[in-house]
Design a protein around this ligand. Structure first.
Ligand code: K7E
Ligand code: CUA
Length: 643
């Protein structure tokens, strides 16, 4: 049964004409009302007119086929890994595409009682100086690349709330590095260098702050405020350098030549209130010249701030490191076309997307042309363009936040229209539900864009699902873009804002099935055991070290190597469990009842967790991951002698 709300036929008013964008003055009034009702079916003007009755018949015939194309039957595997930002939850999720099934959650900036992320000693070491911060706000997950193609190694993700960047190892799908970026507040846009390989991860400091933010003087003097562009070494996960700019910074992307990075700025006014921030008709994109930045670092042309030694370069207007390209108005997303020709800048408060011709940037940096001469097209698409995705047929897909639509448009035709030709670049507008932010196509941020699926991350679901109270899920919609027309095939409720996602063909990712004993994730724990004279794979031992007790045990379903151990009240106890099971999917847990102590130990992994034994008496520990028919019996006692 098809719900009326989902039936595209109900949205049709085939008599509504789609406005043709004005090629001359770009002055055409794009009215929201004009698009309403036409959205579900409107193909480009000039297409064969279709009556509502005709469409209804064909839509009904196609509806089941369309939906079937996204069905992945029980036992079948998806074609793509989707890496989803978990927004304010602070985690990353793995979805299977096209089924949209959630396959796994990867805790990153949050704490997670299932896996013990944020509780275990291993995860605290990885979180490092920010281990005490238990919250995060993820926005942009992006995978490392080799020659503009996913290499399956890492996914990087930013934490806007605490100015952090983390790295996920895709061979085990666990977070393995995390840094807090100095000198900035709110790390927002994040992408990777695409070519020749991901040497750098790039990200923007969004909120302007005084360069030396020490609270000593001049905090209200806005002229001392700066935003910094951050360039991080992808292997060491240390900041290689930062670039000071005019205005703030929002989103960012890289070219396919290994030469330029570019970031949007929505607050060129450096306003401190909403009214001030949106007063200018044009803001800008900052283009960063990588070779010049690296040379400046080498030549020592930088300063340092706030007592750290991260080189900060001066990339303000008029310097050799950057160029500023004026863009209407408070632009947000920036997306490089997969053929490497354009940066697409999404206008947000302007109904336009501006295409910057990347092959004109050499001339811009040589001062042979003016900044606006790099604009190759500025198609007018609708209200609130936020992000653009691409297929492999020269089409672009732009989210229209205010119109709740996706605009499909042709890049070549948009360029022709900008050059005065009478062509319509608009191909279709499709209603989405509701208020889309990011969208993404399969493989669409790489050279391997394949034009199969488009996912649209809608910020509001309103009436699309059963009412679950005042806080509603968001709605991640799957759209089939393999044919001439976009077709909505799936609604996917999602909790806590998936700002952004990527979809990676499964051939690119090769996760392990079982841990290897030499894994770096628990290398420090192995070292600690060595110092205690313990061989983790064979020994079950209690080491007493003053007030500290280290308990080493193995696990093989359904038993721990130790059925009990003794400590004194007030001891700091570290329990180290090594899972000797060598069978796929046999994960054990360790949970100390009434102590807030929980963790996962994967097959062939070692995990450890430290707590204070502050409750005298018998304290049971148990395995909290179902592992065996005798899983309930997999438990033991900690005897805590009273003080
Ligand atoms: Cu929500 Cu990419 Cu942080 Cu746009 S950003 S919507
Ligand atoms: Cu081991 Cu449950």
């Amino acid at each position: 049964m098809m719900d009326n709300k989902e039936n595209p036929v109900d949205h049709i008013d085939a008599t509504v004409e789609i406005p043709v964008a004005n090629q001359e003055g770009n002055k055409l009034e794009v009215s929201r009302r004009g698009f309403l009702g036409a959205g579900a079916v409107a193909t480009a003007a000039g297409a064969i007119p279709m009556t509502a009755a005709m469409f209804a018949a064909s839509a009904k015939a196609q509806a089941s086929d369309i939906r079937n194309s996204a069905v992945v039957h029980p036992g079948e595997l998806d074609e793509y890994y989707g890496f989803w930002s978990g927004g304010q939850s602070g985690e990353v999720r793995i979805l299977g595409i096209p089924s949209m099934r959630e396959l796994m959650r990867i805790p990153v900036f949050n704490i997670d009682s299932a896996t013990g992320w944020g509780l275990t000693d291993e995860s605290k070491r990885i979180k490092g100086e920010s281990a005490h911060i238990l919250a995060g706000d993820c926005h942009h997950p992006h995978m490392s690349m080799q020659d503009g193609r996913y290499d399956g190694k890492y996914v990087f993700i930013n934490d806007k709330a605490n100015s952090r960047v983390a790295r996920i190892r895709c061979d085990v799908m666990k977070t393995d590095k995390m840094i807090t970026i100095p000198n900035v507040q709110a790390v927002h846009g994040l992408r990777v260098q695409k070519v020749p390989y991901t040497k750098y991860v790039i990200c923007n400091g969004e909120f302007e702050i005084p360069l030396n933010n020490d609270g000593k003087e001049g905090m209200e003097d806005v002229s001392t405020y700066r935003s910094l562009f951050n360039v991080i070494d992808a292997e060491t996960m240390e900041v290689s350098f930062q670039v000071m700019v005019d205005g703030n910074l929002d989103n960012t992307d890289a070219d396919y030549d290994g030469k330029y990075f570019a970031s949007t700025c929505y607050n060129s006014e450096m306003g401190m209130t909403l009214g001030e921030m949106v007063s200018a008709e044009r803001d800008h994109v900052v283009v960063f010249n990588l070779a010049r930045c690296e040379a400046a670092v080498k030549a020592g042309k930088f300063k340092t701030y706030n007592g750290n030694n991260v080189p900060v370069l001066d990339g303000r207007k008029g310097t050799e490191l950057t160029r500023y390209i004026p863009i209407p108005k408070s632009p947000h997303g920036i997306n490089t076309s997969p053929n490497g020709e354009y940066f697409a800048i999404n206008g947000k408060l302007s109904p336009t997307v501006s295409l910057i011709a990347i092959d004109r940037l050499d001339d811009l940096f040589a001062d042979k042309i003016k900044p606006r001469d790099t604009i190759a097209a500025e198609p007018e698409l609708g209200l609130g363009p936020l992000h653009t995705a691409f297929d492999n047929k020269g089409n672009a897909y732009t989210t229209l936040f205010l119109d709740s639509q996706i605009a499909k448009w042709n890049v070549k035709d948009a360029v022709a229209a900008y050059n005065g030709e009478k062509v319509n670049y608009l191909r279709q507008k499709l209603d989405v539900h509701y208020q889309p932010g990011h969208n993404h196509t399969t493989m669409g941020e790489t050279r391997d864009a394949d034009g199969k699926w488009l996912v649209v991350l809608c910020k509001f679901s309103k009436d699309r699902f059963l009412n679950v109270g005042p806080l509603r899920p968001e709605n991640d919609q799957l759209i089939d873009i393999s044919g001439d027309e976009m077709k909505l095939v799936h609604d996917g409720p999602a909790f806590a804002e998936p700002h952004d996602c990527i979809m990676v063909h499964r051939s690119k990712v090769k996760p392990k099935k079982i841990w290897t004993r030499d894994d770096s994730m628990f290398a420090a724990t192995v070292e600690m055991a060595k110092r205690d004279g313990v061989t983790l794979e064979t020994d079950n031992k209690v080491i007493r070290d003053g007030n500290k007790v280290r308990v080493y045990m193995t696990s093989v379903a359904p038993m721990y190597g130790l059925s009990d151990f003794k400590v004194k009240e007030g001891n700091e106890v570290t329990v180290v469990v090594t899972n000797l099971d060598n069978i796929e999917d046999v994960t054990h847990g360790f949970c100390m009842t009434n102590h807030g102590v929980q963790m996962e130990i994967g097959p062939q992994a070692t995990s450890s967790i430290t707590f204070i034994a502050d409750k005298p008496g018998v304290q049971w520990y148990y395995c909290n991951w179902f592992c065996h028919a005798l899983h309930m019996e997999m438990r033991g006692r900690m005897f805590v002698t009273a003080k």
